[in-house]
Design a protein around this ligand. Structure first.
Ligand code: ADP
Ligand code: MG
Length: 611
């Protein structure tokens, strides 16, 4: 049984697989690796997916559907051949076509696929992607994020050093920016930002408008068919700039021959408004990632629109560094998916990687709104862009005197009023009979990388209720496995046995030393503890490494009964390689203060409505 990787794109989809230590793309049709994500219905024949369907977009617009990935997870319907289809069903047809092409090429049955999805896809969108695969007869154990796939492809080419990447994925209809940290065998998405209405289509639109301006045409006066024809023509001219310096666009419209000249210089001007938007997205993601341009080691260009020299030029000027191009930019994500397919098959020539995610949306519960009792507001428990797995616990109090129970409603979304967010589920639990504000419950949210949300509510009497919200049906066995995994995640790094033991050993050394050695030990211990306490995995891992290195050296120094370890070390802080550590104990204090503040504010304002 073969496992393949699939990039199910808005504009184009691709398949890839792992073979003999490298990733290979699967040819689709007409000597191309790209399968247009277009579905068409042919009267009396049935459905088509791919290039043949794309050709029918203009002449048979009514029976052809494209760009439906934009509406994945919604109830939007496309009417083809007199019947309505959802984006999920249309995606299933694309996946089925890829499966067929792969089986034909590889001459074996494909049962399982690793499918990539945008990092910002929410539960419903992911769930619909899984269902689409199921309809197409593919088992999907794991969906991976497109930027993680791009990072995998990058590491294959550039080696496995620790790196911070910015993945710039500029496709047909969307631009997705992801701030990704790669360290050891972990690929972690720190933040995502994007615009799902900014892509190659917009460039085509801008070029069409330019063409009209040059020829005194009013775009609105053109028929739908003429507009579509012009857009296709603009796209061809844009893509031609990859091979030649300039193109003369020439098109007959209503018997008149219209002309316009396009080169990179002119395209740069045409794209200026789009570049302005891109710049804003960069500011946004750097802010969310709490970083700066200097914090990015490499910018990876992904997506078909990244092939444009003007885009590369703009990024070079914006960031002051050379963007990295990993071969054909529109095949990078598929190659990453193929690499991951190799990992899934436990191929020996490939190392297992842990791909973490960010939560692309906020998860929280509805709480009472003092200003307007009828409109509950969202109290976030897991903030958008939190690294997964993520966990958070908070206390909530009653709003009415002697209320008997509390109902916890779980929501997903960014809207202030819960009515505008997505309701995922609810839990009800008894509370102690007390005046308003005096009875409480503790609510814990844990969200893992498989998109499973675990919510537990516990009252003062020690009773608890919990709910698992998954984007797919789980078997008993999986349920148990996930529950066990959740329990592990619930322990913050600082409380995990191995880390506690490490800190205990430091304290031992501390007790048994004096003077400068003691001061130094206090600082190192503080640094390790602060790292373990930070939410960032990369920090936790650095702290573990620092701690282990010091314990080894301390042990050696004890063994040799030598004081030399500490002499000389003090001159440059404590351990040369980690200069910024000196600040860490301080940030530990900040964190402690923050914890106290959080502790104090608990249960003050956030109250759940009586039911
Ligand atoms: P998606 O991820 O949205 O499925 P792709 O990454 O395949 O899409 O990108 C499709 C976009 O790339 C289209 O807008 C197409 O016009 C554009 N594109 C493809 N090749 C080139 C090229 N050589 N020059 C400029 N744009 C290109
Ligand atoms: Mg794409």
């Amino acid at each position: 049984m073969a496992v393949i990787g699939i990039d199910l794109g808005t504009t184009n989809s691709l398949g890839a697989y792992w073979k003999d230590g490298t990733v290979q793309l699967i040819p689709m049709e007409r000597e191309s690796f790209l399968l247009p994500s277009v579905v068409g219905y042919v009267e009396g024949e049935g459905f088509l997916a791919g290039a043949a369907a794309k050709e029918r977009l203009i002449p048979y617009a009514r029976d052809t559907a494209a760009s439906f990935k934009r509406f994945m997870g919604t109830a939007k319907e496309y009417c083809l051949g007199g019947r309505a289809y959802t984006p999920m069903e249309l995606s299933a047809m694309v996946l089925e076509q890829i499966k067929r092409n792969a089986e034909f090429y590889l001459k074996e049955e494909i049962e399982e696929a690793v499918i990539t999805v945008p990092a910002y896809f929410n539960d419903r969108q992911r769930s619909d992607t899984r269902k689409a695969a199921q309809i197409a007869g593919l088992k999907v154990e794991r969906l991976i994020n497109e930027p993680s796939a791009a990072a995998l492809a990058y590491r294959q080419e550039y080696g496995e050093e620790d790196r911070t990447l910015l993945v710039f994925d500029f496709g047909g209809g969307t631009l997705d920016l992801s701030y990704v940290e790669c360290f050891d065998n972990v690929i972690e998405i720190i933040a995502v930002a994007g615009d799902n209405h900014l892509g190659g289509d917009d460039i085509d639109e801008a070029v069409s408008a330019y063409f009209c301006r040059e020829n005194g045409l009013c775009p609105e006066e053109l028929t739908k068919e003429e507009q579509a024809k012009l857009r296709k023509f603009a796209e061809d001219a844009k893509c031609a700039l990859a091979q030649q310096d300039g193109v003369t666009m020439e098109l007959d419209i209503r018997g008149k021959t219209c002309r316009a000249f396009l080169n990179s210089e002119r395209l740069f001007e045409i794209c200026m408004p789009l570049f302005g938007k891109i710049k804003q997205l960069f500011l946004h993601i750097l802010e969310d990632a709490d970083s700066r341009v200097s914090g990015i080691d490499d910018l990876i260009m992904v997506g078909g629109s990244s092939k444009l020299a003007v885009v590369k030029r703009f990024l070079r000027e914006l960031l002051g560094k050379e963007p990295i191009v990993l071969g054909e930019t529109d095949m990078v994500v598929a190659r990453g998916a193929g690499i991951y397919a190799g990992i899934r098959q436990r191929k020996e020539d490939i190392r297992d990687m842990l791909l973490t995610d960010v939560c692309p949306f906020t998860l929280g519960i509805g709480v009472n709104n003092k200003a307007n009792r009828d409109k509950n507001i969202l109290n976030p428990m897991i903030e958008r862009n939190s690294t997964l797995p993520a966990s958070h616990r908070d206390r909530f109090v009653t709003v009415s005197d002697y209320q008997k129970e509390i109902r916890i409603r779980i929501y997903q979304g960014e809207e202030y009023y819960v009515d505008d967010d997505v309701l995922l589920g609810e839990l009800t639990i008894e509370v102690a009979l007390r005046p308003a504000g005096q009875a409480w419950v503790d609510v814990q949210f844990t969200y893992d990388i498989n998109g499973i949300l675990h919510v537990t509510v516990e009252n003062e009497m020690g009773q608890s209720r919990h709910i698992l919200l998954a984007n797919q049906a789980l078997s008993e066995e999986e349920l148990e496995r996930y529950t066990r995994e959740m329990e592990r995640i619930l322990l913050p790094p600082i409380q995990r046995p191995e880390n506690r033991e490490m800190l205990a050993r430091f304290l031992d050394y501390y007790e048994n030393s004096t003077g400068r050695r003691r001061e130094l030990l206090a600082a190192v211990t503080g640094a390790v503890a602060a790292g373990l306490q930070s939410g960032r995995k990369i920090e936790v891992r650095k702290a573990q490494e620092l701690g282990r290195a010091w314990l080894t050296r301390l042990q050696q120094s004890m063994d040799m009964r030598e004081e030399t370890l500490f002499d000389g070390e003090l001159k440059d802080g404590y351990g040369g390689e980690n200069e910024d550590i000196a600040e860490e104990p301080g940030s530990g204090t900040d964190r402690k203060q923050k914890d106290e503040i959080i502790e104090e504010s608990r249960g003050n304002d956030f109250e759940e409505n009586i039911t």
